[in-house]
Design a protein around this ligand. Structure first.
Ligand code: SF4
Length: 216
């Protein structure tokens, strides 16, 4: 994996964050540090576009505003929301995880990767999002979209999740890691798309190893 010189690092981060401040997407789950709200969002977002999730998410939280409401709910009511997203199995896992946190942890989400990973439906990515957004830790959260952007950016088509996480940890200052990571998610959705990389409008083009518009 290619390392970037220090000055380049600062430049691309500045460019990305400046783009993000103008074009970054606003979603309700990005405005909260509440574990329940972040968890509900992440369970809905797996393999589903954020714009599609937003309406269901708002309605879900009106119907089940707290972990206690959800844990007491009839599973068929919970399932109905996830059915709209084509993620029925996720509704059972969410219900089970929320009840587990209520009963085993007294309603306080554990800030430990090992503990989080034991919860039903919580994989590496969701655990890292929770550690970042809820616990305030500087942990990279890398999904297939972030991987795609970083593979193109670094010109490394074999980059895997753990290498990408390591690269982000070693390259991005901790105090902006969450912002950079979130900006990469938005860049993946809006600019560096799976079938169409819009390099001419990309803030990373000057540093990207595969950009057609990179200066020679
Ligand atoms: S310059 Fe192009 S390939 Fe590189 S990150 Fe931006 S959109 Fe993706």
């Amino acid at each position: 994996m290619s390392e970037k010189p220090r000055s380049e690092v600062v430049d691309w981060i500045d460019a990305l964050l400046s783009w993000f401040s103008k074009h970054g997407r606003k979603f309700p789950w990005r405005e909260t540090r509440d574990w329940y709200r972040v968890l509900v969002a992440e369970f809905m977002l797996i393999r589903t576009r954020s714009e599609v999730v937003e309406k269901v998410y708002r309605e879900f939280l009106e119907r089940f505003p707290t972990p206690e409401h959800l844990c007491r709910a009839d599973l068929r009511d919970v399932e109905a929301f996830f059915k709209r997203l084509g993620l029925v199995q996720r509704s059972y896992r969410l219900h089970s995880t929320v009840c587990h946190i209520l009963h085993e942890y007294g309603g306080v989400m554990p800030c430990s990767f090992d503990e989080l990973s034991k919860l039903p439906g919580v994989g590496r990515y969701v655990a890292h999002v929770l550690l970042t957004r809820v616990c305030g830790e500087a942990v990279p959260f890398v999904d297939t979209n972030v991987i795609r952007v970083l593979r193109r950016f670094l010109g490394d088509e074999h980059l895997d999740t753990e290498s990408a996480e390591r690269w982000l940890l070693n390259t991005v200052p901790k105090h902006v890691l969450e912002q950079v990571n979130t900006a990469l998610l938005d860049l993946a959705a809006l600019v560096c798309k799976p079938r169409r990389a819009m390099c001419t409008v990309c803030p990373l083009a000057s540093w990207c190893r595969t950009s057609a518009s990179r200066p020679s």
